[in-house]
Design a protein around this ligand. Structure first.
Ligand code: RFL
Ligand code: PHB
Length: 394
């Protein structure tokens, strides 16, 4: 195919969700992905889906496997000052919850459904270049040794933080690196808790999360310049046990570690998220520190907003495209604030003193004891409604 309505660069959650939403509106799209299908379907990333994300997937008929296999969590645990507290997410939000489902599982479902619909995803596309962004975009790329061109009306840049499309935006990039990173540990051990445990220990942050009945995904705060070789399995388990409170309601069994990775914690926002006929979404446009588990969900929210704007444009109302960026940025900055705030509330910060620690414990204690503070947190944690009038609601 050499012409389509929308060229979507990137087959992550943002690009694939957009492709499905556009199909529902009768808008044609081609997805171009740099990696192989096997690579994107096995890449380990996020694990927490907000309620609005799950609602959207159900609405699109894409949640059959998720509904059969994912875990619903109606609460979350916060550990600080030597004790673990439960926040009743569902009770505080009128029944909403978070869903634990690996990002790669979701990507698998979205790819399978698109291919079953007979719609194109081109894997192993390299050297993507954009031109004509003012009026008639052209996407040039290399695939299986041949140079090709795709002409389109709109380019959706969904190729993540390390992609190429964000380089075409002349706007402002706000960027802040947090003074800590995460060591991410995937282990073949049964989860020790039926809900996630966030621990703000005086040594630093730790998080107990999971991917299934026999698989845990856990994180410990480390310095940004960490040397992974300095973290053998024994040190990892000792640190997790100490910070998460082994023996105090949490029995952390030691087991085979399958994967260890380091993730930097950054806050990045590109403004505006549009240049001519190029629209950025997901990590291509913004990165939030991982503590709030918001990145994937924000990518899905952008996809909902962009599909709405493109659907309106295709139906003869192009002004909606002009509203896309500001509509998204409002949510992006609110989510950024939440993620940076939660990170700083739960991590040990360089140069902090005993007063800082007491203030932090007081704030955490208010979160678990004051219903108003707890409800405000829970509303944001389970996810706020998506930013657009639903196209399927008319
Ligand atoms: P992705 O997932 O990076 O997908 C981009 C796709 O574009 C492809 N690509 C290109 N394709 C064509 N040409 C090019 N030049 C290209 N360059 C790149 C890539 O191969 C890829 O397939 O971005 P997207 O779709 O915007 O999705 C964003 C999410 O992946 C990300 O925000 C989350 O993973 C962040 N995140 C979390 N988010 C949550 O909502 N909940 C969580 O629990 C959560 N935990 C996390 C996280 C991120 C983490 N890391 C790795 C920083 C935990 C961690 C440790
Ligand atoms: C994860 O399971 O990867 C995860 C869970 C909660 C977070 C961040 C990441 O806040």
């Amino acid at each position: 195919m050499t012409r389509t309505q929308v060229a979507i660069v990137g087959a992550g959650p943002a690009g694939l969700t957009l492709a499905h939403l556009l199909r529902r509106q009768g808008v044609e799209a081609v997805v171009l992905e740099r990696r192989t299908r096997a690579h994107v379907e096995s890449r380990l990333r996020a694990g927490v889906l907000e309620q609005p994300t799950v609602d959207l997937l159900r609405e699109l008929g894409l949640a059959a496997r998720l509904d059969a296999e994912a875990m619903t969590h109606r609460g979350v645990r916060l550990r600080f000052a030597g004790a673990t507290h439960r926040l009743d997410l569902s009770g505080l939000t009128g029944g909403r919850a978070i869903t634990i489902y690996g990002q790669h599982e979701l990507v698998k479902d979205l790819i399978a459904a698109r291919l079953a619909d007979g719609d194109p995803i081109l894997f192993e596309v390299d050297e993507v270049e954009l031109s004509g962004l003012d009026a008639d975009p052209v996407v040039r790329y290399l695939r299986h040794g041949r140079r090709r061109e795709l002409r389109c009306s709109i380019v959706a840049g969904a190729d993540g933080f390390r992609g190429v499309t964000r380089g075409y935006l002349p706007g402002t990039v706000f960027e802040q690196l947090q003074p800590f990173a995460w060591l991410g540990i995937l282990a073949r051990t049964a989860p020790s808790s039926d809900e996630l445990v966030y621990a703000a220990h005086e040594d630093g942050f730790a998080l107990h999360s999971m991917r299934g009945p026999a698989l845990t995904r856990q994180y410990v705060q480390v310095p940004p310049d960490v040397d992974v070789a300095a973290w053998p399995a024994e040190r990892i388990w000792q640190t997790l046990r100490r910070r998460l409170g082994h023996g105090d309601g949490l029995d952390l069994p030691v087991g085979p570690i399958l994967d260890v990775t380091v993730a930097a914690m950054r806050a990045v926002v590109t403004e505006p998220m549009r240049h001519g006929r190029l629209f950025l979404l997901g990590d291509a446009a913004h990165i939030v520190p991982a503590t709030g588990a918001k990145g994937l969900n924000l990518a899905v929210a952008d996809a909902a907003a962009l599909s709405y704007a493109i659907g309106a444009w295709a139906g003869g109302a192009p002004a909606e495209l002009d509203r896309y960026s500001s509509r998204c940025l409002d949510r992006v900055w609110r989510t950024q604030r939440f993620s940076v705030w939660l990170s700083q509330l739960t991590h040990r910060l360089p140069g902090e003193d005993a007063v800082d620690r007491r203030l932090r414990e007081t704030a955490l204690s208010e979160l678990v004891s004051c219903p108003h503070t707890g409800a405000a947190f829970a509303e944001r944690y389970v996810g706020q409604p998506l930013p657009t009038p639903w196209w399927w609601n008319g």
